[in-house]
Design a protein around this ligand. Sequence first.
Ligand code: HEC
Ligand code: HEC
Length: 449
Amino acid sequence: MIRKAVLVGSASLVAFIGSTLVLGWDQNAPTKPASPAFPEAPAAFDNKSNGMVDDPSHLADQGKFDEVENVADGLGPLYNAQSCRECHQNPTSGGGSQVVELRVGHLGPDHRFVNPNIPIARGTEIISGRTLVNDRAICPNAAFPDTEIQERVPDSETIRTTRISLSLFGDGFVEAVPDQTLIDLASEECKSTHGKVCGVVIYVPIVEAPGRAGVGRFGWKDQHVSLLSFSGDAYLNEMGITTSLFPDEVTKLCNTASEPNDTPGPDGLADVDHFARFIRAAKAPPRDVTLAATPAATKGSGLFDKIGCAVCHVRSLTTAPAGTKINGGAFAIPPALGSKTFHPFGDFLLHDVGTGDGIVIPTAEHYGRSARQMPQECSPENFQKTANRVRTAPLWGVRLRTRLMHDGTTVTLRDAILRHAGEAAQAKAGFRKLAVNDQEAILQFLRSL
Ligand code: HEC
Ligand code: HEC
């Protein structure tokens, strides 16, 4: 389906709703009437709020996000880093980074993915239900000089990948996109490409609304729909800090702090609530306006649409109106996030572009106790589909990334494009066929994002 952009006075009000497909496909499809222009989501790397909270509160929330946790605060026993900022800080708190995590597993006799069993403490305890392998542990230490709990990958776990840290800028707007928008996007792209590009939607549990599910959009596998759920997951699995959402430690060995480690402060908010509010109130990544204005980047932008990159790397999305309840009713969209247009250059859907790491979303790890009874929308078959699918990497802010793709092993934009296959084979072929200066124009456009 082709949706035309409408110019409403100024260029900043150009509303591209959904993807702008200008491929060889369905060129004659009727154009839908244009949606009215919505105001742009604020974009800047200025550590200021997008308007959801006042700037001092936003800075205070950032303080929590930046805070270094220690053993006395509940850090570990198994962990990857001591603060959210350690992995989310380029060019400032809330960004991405070069830090990667390790995930492993193996295939069972039925050729389905199986989570690893990781022995620790000289084999006396087995860590299961996760694919994450924590790189650090709090002991041996003075209190437990003889307790050795470091996780290490057993030889049996032959499926192995790294996953690189993501940027969180603008994610408040992503969270406020209606489920239905993503469902429609999946069917539109499949229809307009005659089945060549069909993003997969997965319903995932909302940890703060037990029994409820929504359309996943966060993480390389779309494993979460809610930023509060993701923050609780990260606090436990990256830092070993338990919360009321994730009250169970991964192991009790060497553990001395009382559970849950994170409890509400005088303002009624726990750390995890501050993290979610910090991310929700963060602005979107801004464009490099100098590069964006160059003739090469302008030309590259058109070519990006023409060869089919924008089918998945969707230019613009719009959030639901203020007051809409999302996350199973647990969060009402505030005015600062409601009815805004933003430009993620991603569809937040899962695709097989030939780069899959073979790893299926581990439910106990990501949803804690709520994984014991998954809401019925969460189809096990769709979870299986996550083995070799990856969420379209949203390209906003890609100019700040030194390591690309989910595993962070690609280091140039050209190589990232050439690594696409599967559903993106046609787009890659389109790129290959371009004259050298047209290819360079696309790269220049990417460097402006
Ligand atoms: C050790 C590094 C590390 C630490 C510490 C860390 N993260 Fe992350 N974060 C990652 C990685 C890696 C991903 C991508 C994970 C995946 O999908 O496999 C990620 C993804 C995310 C996402 C999803 C972003 C998106 O757009 O999809 C959110 C939200 C997030 N982290 C929040 C947090 C919060 C809050 C904290 C602190 C409690 C935290 N992270 C601590 C590495 C880290
Ligand atoms: C079928 C959907 C699809 C199409 C079409 C597509 N991509 Fe992608 N793109 C993805 C997915 C999925 C990823 C993440 C893959 C991974 O991490 O393994 C990605 C990753 C990228 C990245 C790396 C970004 C990062 O942060 O690591 C760049 C750059 C990129 N695509 C550019 C392009 C360009 C340019 C085109 C057109 C030639 C294109 N893509 C076409 C789905 C698509």
